[in-house]
Design a protein. Structure first.
Length: 294
């Protein structure tokens, strides 16, 4: 099994397994080529026909997913040349060329849609993340993602968030403890649930707990055992009071109802991180095209 992730195209310092890229691309090609392959290209293009193509941005944005696009063409024909002109994480303008591709025409056309699906979606996530990050660059806060991702694409979408200047929250249910209101209710209260979580979690596992009001925050600070507190759906004024109460003891995460219009005021409250589900569940696709040049 190949484990090449086209590192020259990847976002610098990227945490992304080449196996994740290969598996996602293989699934996309299996889905698209089905049982008989690309019957249109097979019927209309002669064997051995060569072609040149360019991936071109139709709108400005931040690019993510070139590693997936390159892998898509490579899986259909390892001899295809994919010459990236930029790398993931870079900003582009409309009409900028992202990559030049040359090789077997049938393979290029068969890979086109899957490659563009990855590139357009992931670049959309990166572009939206960059817009949020720009809004709060005058503060200490960081934009983070959530688990509200498309099933099967979480690692790639969280990679795209990093390409856009964001930071990742937990990857799944298995790498951090996040105690929500329902956990608190079932466990019997804040003190009880924190005690149980800390007794179970390993020394490298962070414990986060959600609070809805300042009284609950006071309980958390008194009980101990938490590393991070999620301030759920609080207004910026209440968040500022929470920051004062916390006095730097725990990491404070703002969550719920965050938009491009509200994110700056939230960041100015003094919170450490701001989680935004929209980064992955509502990011518009960035318009990118493949232009053939025979």
């Amino acid at each position: 099994m190949r484990q090449v992730m086209h590192q020259d195209l990847a976002f610098p310092g990227a945490f992304l397994s080449p196996l994740v890229v290969e598996k996602a691309v293989r699934h996309a090609l299996d889905e698209d080529l089905g049982r008989a392959g690309d019957i249109t290209s097979a019927a209309t293009i002669s064997d051995g026909k060569q072609a040149n193509a360019k991936l071109v941005a139709r709108k400005p944005g931040t690019i993510a997913g070139l590693v997936c696009a390159a892998e898509t063409f490579s899986q259909l024909d390892p001899k295809i040349s994919f010459n990236g002109k930029i790398r993931d994480g870079e900003k582009v303008s409309a009409k900028d060329v992202l990559a030049e591709i040359s090789g077997d025409a049938k393979a290029i056309l068969s890979a086109e849609r899957a490659a563009l699906n990855f590139l357009g979606h992931l670049s959309g996530v990166a572009t939206l993340t960059a817009a949020y990050a720009e809004k709060i660059k005058h503060t200490k806060a960081k934009i983070i993602d959530t688990r509200k991702t498309i099933p099967g694409l979480r690692a790639l979408e969280k990679y795209a968030v990093r390409c856009g200047g964001g930071v990742n929250h937990r990857m799944g249910l298995d790498d951090a403890v996040l105690i929500k209101d329902n956990h608190i209710a079932v466990a019997g209260g804040i003190a009880q649930v924190l005690k149980a979580a800390r007794a179970s979690a390993g020394h490298l596992v962070k414990v986060e707990i959600e609070v809805d009001n300042l009284d609950q925050l006071k309980e958390v600070l008194h009980a101990g055992g938490a590393d991070v507190v999620m301030l759920d759906n609080m207004d910026p004024t209440t968040m500022k009071r929470a920051v004062e109460m916390n006095a730097g003891k725990l990491v404070l995460e703002a969550s719920g109802g965050v938009s491009l219009d509200s994110v700056a005021k939230i960041a100015e409250s003094g919170v450490d991180v701001i989680s935004v589900g929209a980064l992955t569940h509502s990011a518009p696709v960035l318009d990118i095209a493949l232009d053939i040049e025979l």
